[in-house]
Design a protein around this ligand. Structure first.
Ligand code: ZN
Length: 287
C-alpha cells in the first residue's frame, strides 16, 4: 500500500505529466470505487488539470476548480500510459477500476488487485468535503510539525500503543503499516509501548526517526516512474515485510506478530530487549 513517500512521488509524477492536460473522459470500470455522484465524473470532461497535491495518502487533482481525489488503499495502484487503448473501459472483472483519458491520447488508469476493495475516487468541489481528508492529522514533514507538537500528540493519546498511533491518519497524516514499522525500528522502540510512557529522550528520538525515515524514502522515490515505486519501497525496508530475514543493524531475526487488521514486523534485539512479543491473537486462540 502506498504511503506518504510513494503518494508524494505519484503526485509529483502527475504534476509533471498531467498538469496542462485536458480531460477527454473519465471511464469508470468498477462503479464501487466512485464514492461521490455530484458533480458526476463527466463534469471533468473538457476541463484542464491545473495542479496536483498530496493530502495524507490521498492524491488530489485540481481540474479547473473541480477535484478528482484518489485514495489507493491497500491494493490500488496508478498506471500512467502515454497512449491509452482507443476503446473506452467497460465494467468487468479485471483489475481496471477507472481510467482518466486526456485529449492528448495519454492518461492514467487506477487498478486494484485482490478481493478486499478499498480504492476510492471522489469528485468534489472542495477536498475538505471528503471525510478522510477533513479528519487528517498534521503532515509529519511540514515545518509546523515540530518536536513540541509531536510531544503534545503523544500526551493526548497516552493510552494508545505507539504502533497504532503512528498509523492513525487523524493523528498524523501519511504513515501506514510499513513506515510505522520502519520508524519504530529506527527509533529502537517496541511497537506496543504506550504513547504516554515515553521519556523526553524517547520522544525526541522517535520524532527524529519519523522525519529521517520519511525524508529518506521521499528522496529514494523522487523522480521514479509510477511503475518503479513499489519495488523501490520494498527494497528500502529494514524490517517491514522481512520476517525471518536478518536485521540489517544487529543480525537478529526479524519477527512478526499480528496487529489490528494485519501484521507488524520488528527486531527483538533492537526494539524489545531481546524478548519476542507475544502474538495476542495466537495466544487467544490457544487458550
Ligand atoms: Zn536488530
Amino acid at each position: 500500500m502506498p504511503e506518504l513517500p510513494e503518494v508524494e512521488a505519484l503526485a509529483s509524477f502527475l504534476r509533471e505529466h498531467a498538469v496542462g492536460q485536458v480531460v477527454a473522459s473519465v471511464e469508470v470500470a468498477a462503479i464501487s470505487v466512485l464514492k461521490t455522484y455530484d458533480p458526476p465524473p463527466t463534469a471533468l470532461g473538457g476541463l484542464t488539470v491545473v495542479g496536483v497535491a498530496r493530502r495524507g495518502k490521498f492524491v488530489d487533482l485540481d481540474v479547473d476548480g473541480l477535484h478528482l481525489v484518489m485514495h489507493l488503499a491497500r491494493a490500488g495502484w496508478l498506471r500512467w500510459r502515454d497512449t491509452l487503448p482507443a476503446s473506452a473501459a467497460r465494467p468487468g472483472k479485471g483489475p481496471l477500476a477507472l481510467r482518466v483519458r486526456f485529449a492528448s491520447g495519454a492518461g492514467f488508469e487506477l487498478t486494484e488487485a485482490g478481493t478486499r476493495k478499498g480504492l476510492a475516487v471522489h469528485v468534489v468541489r472542495d477536498p475538505a468535503a471528503i471525510e478522510g481528508i477533513a479528519r487528517l492529522g498534521p503532515e509529519p514533514l511540514d515545518e509546523q510539525f515540530t518536536a513540541e507538537v509531536f510531544a503534545r500528540i503523544l500526551a493526548e493519546h497516552g493510552r494508545t500503543q505507539i504502533k497504532g498511533l503512528l498509523r492513525n491518519q487523524s493523528v498524523i497524516a501519511g504513515i501506514g503499516n510499513a513506515y510505522s514499522d520502519e520508524v519504530l525500528h529506527v527509533a529502537r522502540m517496541s511497537p506496543y509501548k504506550l504513547a504516554g510512557s515515553l521519556s523526553g529522550d524517547e520522544v525526541a528520538g522517535l520524532y527524529r526517526a519519523i522525519r529521517e525515515t520519511l525524508l529518506d524514502a521521499v528522496a529514494r522515490s523522487a523522480g521514479l516512474e509510477a511503475s518503479d515505486l513499489k519495488d523501490a519501497k520494498r527494497a528500502g525496508m529494514r524490517v517491514h515485510g522481512r520476517a525471518g530475514e536478518a536485521c540489517p543493524v544487529c543480525g537478529d531475526t526479524v519477527r512478526e506478530v499480528s496487529f489490528a487488521d494485519s501484521a507488524l514486523q520488528y527486531c527483538p534485539t533492537c526494539q524489545t530487549g531481546g524478548k519476542p512479543l507475544a502474538d495476542r491473537r495466537l495466544s487467544r486462540l490457544l487458550k
